[in-house]
Write a protein that binds this ligand. Structure first.
Ligand SMILES: C[S@@+](CC[C@H](N)C(=O)[O-])C[C@H]1O[C@@H](n2cnc3c(N)ncnc32)[C@H](O)[C@@H]1O
Length: 304
């Protein structure tokens, strides 16, 4: 085995299920008029993932089962399996072992047009995305990083194509850890990471407010320079959606991941870069039908 990729939890299944449902609808709809429909996986992994299923004690109805591991499809393999098939698939990853696994996956599908690119996704995308051909090509791109790797400049470049729908697993936990409650705890390294991800340093004013003066021992009001984050987790998610809406013509309400257990760790966003009314309506209808077809636990934030 070239590589075993162990990652994620139960929310990973839900994430991949949502994206797969979108890809099926997208490919079927786009192929009615476009003969060049691509899938780009910028944080592609290996094409599969290894999941450990915990041992279960037996009861009156069921035998006990020992712990076991299972191999499931990752996003790259899911995309290869979509019908009607994508004309081209581009897989990127930074890790050599993952690239080797992706190349092996490519070899298993000799009839398909698959490109495997090694490197930092931000650099690869920014270097290669400017292209005249986007006028007659449509694509879905999946941005599924472990953490805060996706840079705002990359999102801007994607939006400028006006041809790519993006699925972005936004690391909400990464944001609320870096954007500490008190701004005095946000050092320069954290601040830079937030700015790189959100594309502005206005978050310092927009997410933080002065702490109101507090009564001192003698009954006077003591003012403080302290600034505190005014947005809770839901507020941070709304802020991210607003930021995405500054560059994408349409952004669907995100899916919370995990859907029920708290704290919420990720927000799964779908952003549309084509500004035509038809493209936005289509993406919205896909989003609504996916939400309706999933278990109630996987509802989008707006449905809560
Ligand atoms: C969560 S995994 C992706 C899982 C994949 N979507 C799947 O379903 O199988 C994140 C992947 O991003 C890769 N990665 C991390 N930083 C990267 C970067 N800067 N550019 C490209 N890939 C990166 C990791 O090697 C890892 O394979």
């Amino acid at each position: 085995m070239i590589d075993e990729h162990v990652f994620g939890g139960q929310h990973t299944d839900i994430k991949l299920e949502i994206v797969e449902r979108y890809l099926k609808r997208y490919s079927a709809a786009l192929h009615t008029w476009c003969s060049n429909v691509w899938y780009i996986d910028a944080f592609a992994g290996t094409g599969s993932r290894t999941v450990t299923i915990k041992a279960k004690e037996g009861d009156l109805f069921e035998e006990p089962t020992p712990e076991y591991t299972e191999k499931r499809r990752g996003s790259a393999k899911i995309a290869i399996d979509i019908k009607p098939p994508f004309e081209r698939l581009v897989f990127m990853d930074v890790k050599p072992k993952h690239i080797a696994a992706l190349n092996a996956l490519k070899e298993e599908h000799p009839g398909r047009d698959i490109d495997v690119l090694q490197g930092d996704a931000n650099e690869l995308i920014c270097r290669q995305i400017d292209w005249d051909g986007w006028k007659s090509t449509r694509a879905v791109m999946f941005l599924d990083p472990y953490g805060m790797e996706v840079e705002w400049e990359t999102l801007k470049k994607i939006a400028q194509t006006k041809a790519i729908d993006v699925w972005y697993l936004f690391p909400l936990a990464g944001l609320y850890r870096q954007a500490a409650r008190s701004i005095t705890k946000v050092d320069e390294v954290k601040a830079k990471a937030i700015t790189r991800m959100l594309g502005t340093d206005a978050w310092r004013e927009e997410l933080y407010s002065e702490v109101p003066p507090i009564a001192d021992l003698l009954g006077g009001m003591a003012s403080t320079d302290e600034r505190q984050r005014n947005a809770d987790v839901a507020g941070l998610e709304r802020y991210v959606k607003n930021r995405l809406q500054t560059i994408f013509p349409a952004v669907l309400d995100p899916w919370a991941l995990p859907p029920v257990d708290r704290p919420q760790k990720f927000s799964l966003f779908c952003a549309i870069s084509n500004d035509s009314t038809a493209a936005k309506a289509l993406a919205n209808s896909f989003g609504d039908s996916i939400t309706k077809s999933m278990l109630p636990a996987s509802r989008r934030k707006s449905d809560h």
